[in-house]
Structures are given as C-alpha cells and as structure tokens.
Design a binder for this molecule. Structure first.
Ligand SMILES: Cc1ncc(COP(=O)(O)O)c(C=O)c1O
Length: 458
C-alpha cells in the first residue's frame, strides 16, 4: 500500500526537513528532485531549473560530474570504509590532509576530518578548549562570535550562530558564546564611512575581550564574508585588524571558510589570499567535496598541534572523534574534486566571471524592491526593502522573498530566499548565459511581485 504513494507524499509523511516553514510544508509539501547535470537540476515531474545556489553553496564543480562519480565508485569498490581511530588510516585521508596543508596558509598543517561544517566547527571549539586545558589555562574558554554569523546547527555550532530567529524555541550552551556586531555597513554603519565603521568594529571586539577578561576568552570565530546571515562583506582591513586584536590578547582566530573556500571568491582559501591574514584554525566543508559526499575539515596550526598532541599524564589519548572521521569515500571525493578544480582552473573562471555576475546583478539595484545588491564573485545577494530611503524591510508576514522565489521557480530558476534576502551562490561553472538568464528571471520576478503589491498591497 505504502509503495503506491508518491515520493512527494512519503516525504511529506516521514521526512523532517531542515530549516522548513511548517506553515506551508504541511499543505504544500516540497519539490522532489531526481537528477542534475552541470548547473541544471530536474524534479520528479520533469521540470528543469537553473541552480543558482549550487545545491546549498556547495556543488562547486557542478552537478553530475562523471569523473568524480567514477572516482567515488572506484574508492567504494576498493575500500569503502575502515575507521581512522588510533591504529588505522586510509590513503585518501592521508593524501587529502597533505593536500590541504599545501593549500592552507601559514602553518595550518594538521586536519581533523568530520562530515560537515557544524561538526567541523564543534571540533574547532573542542580543540581550542582542549588546547588551553593542556596549557594549564582552564579558564580560557569563552568564544566571541558575531551577530548574524552562521556556523551550523549542532548544539554547539548553533550556539556559535548569531542569527537570532534561528535560536527561537531552542536552547543554547549557556554563557559560552558572546556576540559582537556584524560588519553590516548597510544597516549598522549609520553615517560612518567604511573606514570609520571598521575602526568602530575593531574597538568593539577589543572592548568585548576586555569586558570578558582576556584570560577567559579562548577564540573569535568569523566567516570571511558572512553567508546565510546576509552575504555581508566586511569593510577593507576588518579581518586583518580583528586578527591583530586577537593576537594581542592570545585569542585564537577561527576562520569559518565553509562557504568561501574552494573557489566561491576565486581562491581555494580566502583568509590569506583575499583578506591578508593567517588564522589559527580554518574550518572547511561544502565545496571541499562539492557536496558529492559529506565532508568537513578542521585545520589547526603547528603551534596548536604541538600542544594537543602532547600525551596527558592521566590519559594519553585525544578522546574526540567520529565513526566517519576521514571516511575514505569523502576524502577520495575531496581529493578528486580539488584535482578537477585545479585542472579546470575554476578559481580563474570565478575571478574572470565574478565581476560580470556582480555587475549583472547590480543592474537590479534600481528596482523599487531592492535596497542593496552586495557580495563578491559567486557569493551574492539582493536585500529587499519596502522603502529604499529608510531601508525599512517588508513585514515578515509579507513573505516577500518567498514570493520572488516562487516567481523565479515558475520560470525555471532556483535561488535561495533567506529572510529579506535573495541569495545566489552558483556552481563555479556558471557561464555568461546562465548569469544573464538568472538576472533576467529575477528581474521579471521582482516586477511581478511589485505589480502584486501595487494591486493588492503587501
Ligand atoms: C559558514 C558556515 N559554517 C558552517 C555551516 C554548517 O555546515 P553544515 O550545514 O555542513 O553543518 C554552514 C552551512 O551553511 C556555513 O555556511
């Protein structure tokens, strides 16, 4: 009997979806996808869409890459799984860790593998705590994160996340994480220039460290460009200067590059190449394997590694790990993915075409619903407003971006609506035709929603 139900019905009856609005899900269900190739994806009814979000900021080399699929299959036939606990390892994990050490800046030479960004961030915080415990500084535990930062959804990563509406109804780890302002000039900059705003943010971070007590603050965590919190590009110099403040007080800097690494901004890793600093920890996921197999990585410096690898007198083991740490399929996928990215010079493609994509989206800046177009390269968004002058948002119940999303979808484009934002994070193979089509569909969808508002109000 069950077998006769459609996948759509089974999904509605049995799958608990992440980040899902139940007001609609219970009646409308969801769109079930069955196949994808390049930047196109097809649902079970045969509708085809341009994927301008690379799945979820992750399918960087594009969908349906046969070389990567074959390689994963080959690894599955050769060695699908064995654990990587103390007495074991696998060739792909060793090779990928060595490759990451080559790609990462400075002395970030050591990698702990997990299965996604949240676990990689949890690992980062646990290793930082362990590090200070090993150094005999057990009070140095607090974490400074930022309003609107997105760091994941496990208990700890959710606590690191500074997006207030995601916290509603959930509990967070108490008194562990403290938040400073997002570098969100459009909303928080007031009359300040970018340079003055940067001064203000750097002073705020220093003040927060002093207020909590440098002896109590273990680390600062930040995305180079904030992703889910609003594709927020910080003022020039912000990362280097916040890094210098952290150094001054021996606060470790965790760069969460889950979205920005592996090409989205035209570089494999951006902290050094784009923002000019070398973090103490680097967190990777998503584009590391282009999402073909779940993979997360937490990279630490030689300095940290030297300390955490010291056997404790009472227990010589580092008791942190997951069944799937260093999973051979995931690591093989990561290695091959990086090989393909390098061979096809996808970073070069993004550096060449990113400015075109930015400029094409900027043509929408004058639209009556658009407050700001912002982002960098293949990480862009439109922030929609009711009033361009005051920058007032539409009330949440107007569900403005959901409406734009629906119009886009009906014309064959998938983008990601988040609050007042329409977000674009396409596969790195996005070409001029796909960019032009994206902008043209978004423009028509904005017009359609504006027309609805004129006729019916919000
Ligand atoms: C910057 C950042 N960090 C961490 C995460 C969490 O990654 P995951 O969903 O793989 O746990 C995300 C997910 O979007 C992210 O954007």
């Amino acid at each position: 009997m069950n077998n006769t139900r459609s996948a759509w019905q089974k999904d509605m009856d049995h799958v608990i979806h992440p980040y899902t609005n139940y007001r609609y899900f219970k009646t409308e269900g969801t769109t079930i996808f069955r196949s994808a190739k390049g930047y196109m994806i097809e649902d079970i009814d045969g509708n085809r869409y341009l994927d301008s979000m690379a799945g979820l900021w992750c399918v960087n080399i594009g969908h349906g890459n046969q070389e990567l699929a074959e390689h994963i299959g080959e690894q599955a036939r050769t060695l699908a799984y064995f654990n990587t606990f103390e007495n074991a390892g696998s060739v792909p994990a060793a090779e990928l860790a060595a490759k990451l050490a080559e790609l990462a800046p400075g002395d970030l030479n050591h990698t702990f593998f997990s299965t996604g960004g949240s676990m990689a961030n949890d690992t980062a915080i646990k290793l930082v705590h362990y590090y200070f415990n090993q150094l005999g500084m057990p009070e140095k535990k607090k974490v400074i994160s930022r309003d609107l930062g997105y760091h994941g959804s496990t208990y700890l990563a959710h606590t690191l996340t500074g997006i207030a509406f995601t916290h509603m109804g959930f509990d967070l780890a108490p008194d562990l994480v403290h938040y400073v302002s997002a570098p969100y000039h459009y909303r928080n900059g007031g009359d300040m220039s970018q340079a003055e705003f940067c001064d203000h943010l750097v002073a705020e971070l220093e003040q927060k460290i002093l207020e909590l007590g440098p002896d109590n603050v273990a680390c600062f965590i930040a995305e180079p460009i904030m992703g889910a919190g609003g594709v927020i590009v910080p003022p020039p110099g912000y990362h280097l200067r916040t890094f210098q403040v952290c150094r001054k007080y021996d606060v470790l800097y965790i760069s969460d590059e889950v979205v920005t690494a592996f090409g989205r901004l035209g570089h494999m890793v951006t902290s050094k190449d784009v923002f000019g600093f070398e973090p103490d920890l680097l967190v990777l996921a998503k584009g590391i394997s282009s999402g073909y197999v779940p993979l997360g990585a937490t990279m630490i410096s030689d300095r940290m590694h030297e300390v955490i690898s010291r056997p404790k007198p009472e227990n010589p083991s580092l008791t942190h790990g997951f069944t799937y740490s260093g999973h051979p399929l995931a690591c093989a996928a990561g290695l091959k993915n990086i090989e393909i990215m390098e061979r096809e010079d996808l970073c070069g493609h993004v550096r060449t075409w990113g400015p075109y994509f930015e400029a094409a989206l900027q043509t929408l800046a004058d639209h009556e619903l658009v407050g700001q177009v912002r982002g960098s390269h293949f990480m862009m968004c439109l922030e929609l407003v009711r009033d361009k002058e005051t920058r007032e948002h539409f009330p949440p119940e107007a569900e403005i971006t959901r409406r734009v999303y629906k119009h886009c979808k009906s014309q064959g484009l998938l983008m990601r609506p988040i609050g007042p934002l329409c977000v674009f994070s396409p596969p790195l193979i996005f070409d001029k035709e796909a960019m032009d089509q994206t902008v043209q569909i978004v423009a028509a969808s904005l017009d359609a929603v504006a027309e609805e508002i004129h006729l019916q109000g919000t």
